[in-house]
Design a protein around this ligand. Sequence first.
Ligand code: FAD
Length: 318
Amino acid sequence: MIRRTWQAAMIGLARSATAKRFMQSARATSFLRDKYVAGADISAGSARAVALIKGHGIRSSLFFMGEYVDDPALVAETVGHKLTAAEALAAADLDIHVSVDPTQIGQVVTPDEVEGHARTIAGRIGALAGNRQGVHCLMLDMEDASVTDVTIALHDTLQDAGLPVALTLQAYRRRTWDDMVRQVERGSRIRLVKGAFAAGPDLAFQTQREIKANSRRLIDLMLSSEARERGFYPIIATHDTALHEHAIAAARHNGWEPGTYEFEMLLGVREDVARDLAARGERVRLYVPFGRDWWPHAVRRIGENPRNAVLLARSLVT
Ligand code: FAD
C-alpha cells in the first residue's frame, strides 16, 4: 500500500511540467541525472554502451529520453535522435537496439503518424543490421493502460512487415497472460517488466505479491519448451534477483542455452547484479537513457522503491 501510494505520487511528479522545469534546471538535482542517465547526447550514450560491453560484456539498449510528447516538432526531433542512436550503435559495431515510447513518436499529438515513424526507425535498424551478428531491434516500451492496445497492434504490424521489432509487456496488468500467449505463438521478442504505471483493480494486480506471482507464471510461459520451439526470444527485465534465479532454473529445465534469452536492467539500478549475471555467462543488457529531458525517467526510478525517498529528499535540500 505504501509502495503503491509512493509510486502514484512519483508518477504524478514525472508528468508535472512545473516539477520538470524546476528539477531539470536545479543544479542540486544533477546527481539524480548522473545516477540514471548516460549523458546529454548520443556521444555520451554510445560511449557508455561501448564501456559496458568492453568492461563487463554487457549489451545496451539506447533510449533518447522524452515521454508524452505533445509538440509535433519535438516528435520529429525525437525520431531523428532515434535514428542517430541506431547509426551510432552500428558505427561502434554493437547491437543496434533502440528503445522507443509510442508517446514520444506521436501517439499523443499525431497518432496517425506513429506507424510511419516506427517503420522509419525499424527500417533503418534492419538496413544497418544487414548480416551482422547480434540482437538488433526497435524495442517498443509499454506505457499506461490507455495505449496498450495501440502499442501491441503497432508491434504486430511491424513484425508482420518483417521489420526488426520487440515489445514490452507488464506483469502488473491482468490481460498480460493472454497477450503473452499470443506473442509466444507469434515467436516474438518480448521484454517482461513488472510495470511502472498505476491502474485500478479491474485492470491490474495491486499488490507486489500478486505482481511477483504473475511474473513467475509469465516467466514459466516465456521459458517453456513450447516457446523455445516457436523461436520466441524472452527478455526478463527486472532487478529482482529471486526472479532472475527463477528464470535461470526454468531455462535450464527446458533446454534454453545462455544467449538464447536475456536479462535486462536499468542503468544506475543494481548494476552489481547485472555484472554478476554477465560473469555467470548470462546475456545481459542495460537500458541506457541519454538526452536532456531526464526528470521523468529519474523520478520514475525513485518511485520504484519508497526507500529512494532519501535520494529525492537529498536533491531537494542540497
Ligand atoms: P522491484 O521489486 O521493484 O525491485 C527488485 C529489487 O531491485 C528490489 O530490491 C529493489 O529495491 C531494487 N530496485 C528496483 N528499482 C530500484 C531503483 N530504482 N532504485 C534502487 N533499487 C531498485 N516499466 C513499464 O511500465 N514499461 C516499460 O516499458 C518498462 N521498461 C523497462 C525496461 C527495463 C530494461 C527495465 C529493467 C524496467 C522497465 N520498466 C518498464 C520498469 C519496470 O516496470 C519496474 O518499474 C522496475 O523495473 C522495477 O521493478 P523490478 O522488477 O526491478 O522489481
